[in-house]
Design a protein. Structure first.
Length: 308
């Protein structure tokens, strides 16, 4: 069913184009998506349809119709999976860098979900819907490492509860730019959509609480190797939090620094360890996977340079 919204133009957005206003006010809308809505006549003011270049005035009241998104129909694909653990309730995958977790616009094929549908058949939780069967949590396309998948609804609900009460622990390793001053610390900063770029996340007042604990594993010339433990699981949390300290993750194309000379393709971030209670037995499970080759090679390069 389509969603209907009423938006009032605030003072600080007076004079902005209609497409810019919509992208600023509706988190799920990119500017291009807002333009598409306007082209379809889904945005009106006092009964008149608006165009993307129409200027907004403070106090204007807009009626917006957001069409119900069509779920992606993921198809099974014979894609090799690095399975760390599997039983009748869960499967834990070491996701390779560059693989998208679930289908979305522009990434309908070659995702982890496509591979899981081939491997598991109908044995995946349906709670995530047709586009995200079995998916309990996600990691970014260019972040590698452990991801747990539910093979039935009971397991999915149990694991989701563990995520909510923070009893499911996720530990990452990363290499960040510069020398962290402290040996360990906690970053407690709220995250939300960046007001400057809706495709990015940022530390914003009034955002959702986000907590990352970190500990230094090694120090090298111009870089620091860290362990990060998530207390919460917001989008791009570790990447934004480390960048907020002035130490972005090496190779990060979105939140990185122009001074990054690592030469890495994508962020140097790996989900190394996963600790959870088995949803059926209650047994504590602690699973680990090795660093990917590009991460290990980069660390070896840093060690060598630091010894010279």
């Amino acid at each position: 069913m389509d969603r209907r919204m009423t938006l009032t133009v605030p003072e600080h957005l007076a004079g902005s184009r209609c497409d810019v206003f919509l992208a600023s006010m509706v988190p799920e809308l990119s500017r291009s998506a807002a333009q598409h809505l306007l082209e379809k006549g889904m945005v009106t003011k006092e009964g008149k349809t608006l165009g993307k270049k129409d200027k907004m005035a403070a106090g204007d009241i807009l009626q917006v119709i957001l069409p119900q998104p069509k779920p992606a129909q993921a198809q099974p694909e014979d894609i090799p999976l690095d399975i760390v653990y599997e039983d009748e309730d869960v499967v834990v995958i070491n996701k390779k860098k560059g693989m998208v977790v679930h289908p979305a616009a522009g990434n309908e094929e070659g995702t982890l979900v496509n591979a899981l549908l081939h491997h598991c058949g109908d044995s995946l939780s349906g709670i995530g819907g047709e586009a995200r069967p079995g998916i309990v949590h996600r990691i970014d396309k260019d972040t590698s490492g452990l991801l747990i998948v539910a093979k039935n609804d009971s397991a999915h609900r149990n694991l989701s509860e563990q995520l909510s009460d923070h009893s499911l622990h996720r530990e990452y390793e990363a290499v960040v730019l510069g020398r962290l001053r402290e040996e360990e610390g906690t970053i407690d900063k709220p995250l939300g959509r960046s007001p400057k770029d809706r495709k990015k996340m940022a530390v914003v007042q009034g955002g959702k609480r986000a907590v990352t604990h970190y500990r230094v594993l090694g120090r090298y010339q111009g870089y620091t190797h860290v362990l990060c433990r998530l207390e919460t699981g917001r989008t791009h949390q570790i990447r934004v939090h480390m960048a907020s300290l002035g130490h972005p993750i090496a190779g990060d194309p979105v939140y990185g620094s122009r001074g990054d000379k690592s030469g890495l393709q994508g962020q140097c971030l790996h989900a190394r360890r996963l600790i959870f209670r088995h949803p059926r037995t209650g047994e504590e499970m602690c699973l680990q996977c090795p660093l990917p080759q590009d991460f290990a090679d980069f660390l070896a390069k840093l060690r060598k340079e630091s010894q010279e």
